[in-house]
Write a protein that binds this ligand. Sequence first.
Ligand code: 3HC
Ligand code: NAI
Length: 699
Amino acid sequence: MSESTNPVRYEVEGAIAVICIDNPPVNAASQAVREGLVAAMARFAEGPEKVAVIHGAGRTFVAGADIKEFGKPPTEPMLPRVVDTVEAQEKPVVCVLHGTALGGGLELALAAHYRVALRSARIGLPEVNLGILPGAGGTQRLPRLIGLIPAVEIFTSARQVGAEEALELGIVDALSEEEPRVAGLNFAAGILARGDGPRRIRDLPGPKVDAEAVAELRAKVARANRGEIAHLAALDVAVKGAGLPFAEALAEERKAFTTLMESPQRAALIHVFFAERKAAQLPELKGVTARPVAHLGVIGGGTMGGGIAVAGLLNGRRVTLIERDAAAAEKAREGIARTLADSVRRGKLTGDRRAELLETALTTSADNAALAEADVIVEAVFESMEVKREVFATLDRVAKPGAILATNTSYLDVNEIAAATSRPADVLGLHFFSPAHVMRLLEIVVADRTAPEVVATGFALARALQKIPVRAGVCDGFIGNRMLRVYRLAADHMVLDGASPYAIDRALTDFGFAMGPYAVADLAGLDIGHATRERLRPTKPAEERWGDWPDRLHALGRLGRKTGRGYYIYDAESPRGRPDPEVEALVAEERAAKGITARALSDDEIVERYLAAMINEGARIVEEGIARRPLDVDVVKIHGYAFPRWRGGPMHHADTLGLDRVLATIRAAAAEDAHFWQPAPLLARLASEGRGFASLDED
Ligand code: 3HC
Ligand code: NAI
């Protein structure tokens, strides 16, 4: 490797070797970095320098292995060899941690003999988020350093530990306020002055294993990560390694790491890691400047408007919220105050900051003129085209020139809403999810005439509010809700054919969804689904099969959790809901009236059909350009609809299953209902060409 391409620099400062890793953006331990580190260690071993300092250039120490290399054949020198080389040095090596020292980065530091952290540094072993476990000694060195339970808690939770806590736990030896190079030089000077030598974690005894505490933690980790394999594998290998000589413990770790590296869960989670980042970067917005987003206006202070206002306040925006009258504005303010109090209870906000936000950053009013200064105004009034058009006509009068006018509509035509203004280029959809200050997904709905800089501002606002933005085109329900309608219909068909709603929910939670569609509907309210059906009824094709039973439940006033009864019964005996025989009786009545003989559907059939309906509609959405790429669909379903992240989203999952198999499910179901089960042309084409959806994810 030539000096100019080597991302690892070696400089000499008196008796100190200063080794700088410079591999932007996050100093990932790529092949070149690993090779550079091995070479630097060889030079240090042979040279006259007495201490080595390893630090990172730019924003962070090493943030982990290079994830782009995963799934490709491994290249030498592998990270475990690199860290062993560091640990084996006969002269002391110090690592300076700043930014986010994660995964392989922290493992490199654990192999060094001393660790200094900048006060702002955050450290962690987040490998389980990628479906793997720390594979360069992390599961063995950290427990030997700080004890088994605290170490396992860190790498099974994937949490980032602050520098202060890392010092208390004994992960780092000192904190510094200096910049990394100076912090390292100062620490190394201390080593030289004291004449300290190397100090290796591998020489520490194995950690004590408290079987009871391990069992307790294991149960907790299993509960929190249902369906995932990496967390328990990491815990198990740490426990196993505790009783083994260090070299054997490392070999066990490597074995477990390699197994996970080959798992579909790893492939799915890496897909999601890159999909989330790619979704947030639209190639067509390169070089397009966003407008300012300092002052957020919100119209409508109900469930969504209140949540959007809180998201703005928590992320440093000024917020002006408009309600219909003074009493409603006051009610909205009280709701926001309550949500912020909740944030204080959760430790996300101090009491003083909450008071300050309510006093100085939030304005609530019944006068639309108060929106005159807002940079972006999000409308979250009732889901009615008439009401929305009226609101947008008002906004057109009161908003300043250049203000962005956004609608949070769930389904309605954003072009029609934009046409109520004289400035359609400034209008777009910003579809938040409930609760809006918690849910990370934001569909950015681009209408026919939305200007590129308005789209860029939508993406900039998403970043400012810590959301994951996904571009969507205009259609009924955009990406997420349009798909939801279709797979929910597939579920309703299966109920008519013989499955109980409870069997469907169970099969889908077993697959990995946090909740099944009927439990979700109870949470959202049966009025929402009913309103959608009523809106679509006039244009419903005659052949489309709808069950009447959800509307009959609605007519009985069973609106879900809020009325104590929906698809399930909610009461003191079952606050999370229990099946209701009356629902099954209602369904049985409809089957009898329609002459349907109930048949048994296995859990596998339920899951296959539900997913096939989801994937098929996802393919249509991609083909129509409503979603730019399949990965955008995956991000929407994972972040807005609780699709299990470790399965990679529906389109990635389709690739894992094989598109032929998805197509076969659709064709088999079409024998019963040829109208509903028409294969999306894109799905059929890709399957016939032997390609997967991933082939469309490239730019
Ligand atoms: N490898 C390769 N690229 C990486 C990377 C990694 N480990 N981490 C981040 N990147 C890339 C991102 O893809 C992104 O690229 P882009 O600009 O082309 O989209 C760029 O770096 C910046 O990343 P973010 O947009 O995420 O920047 P943030 O500042 O928001 O976050 C971060 C920085 C906290 C480091 C975050 O990127 C992150 O969490 N990265 C993953 C860390 C991780 O999981 N490390 C463990 C890796 S596995 C491992 O080490 C195995 C070992 O045990 C053997
Ligand atoms: P909501 O009924 O809780 O709140 C609507 C609020 O708007 C009410 O407080 C009402 O007083 C106010 N309002 C009505 N007309 C107004 C006007 N002209 N000026 C000022 N305020 C006015 O409704 P919710 O659930 O907050 O929904 C709002 C919008 O967000 C709808 O378009 C809905 O489809 C969409 N949405 C809802 C989601 C949800 O889960 N509830 C999720 C995503 C989008």
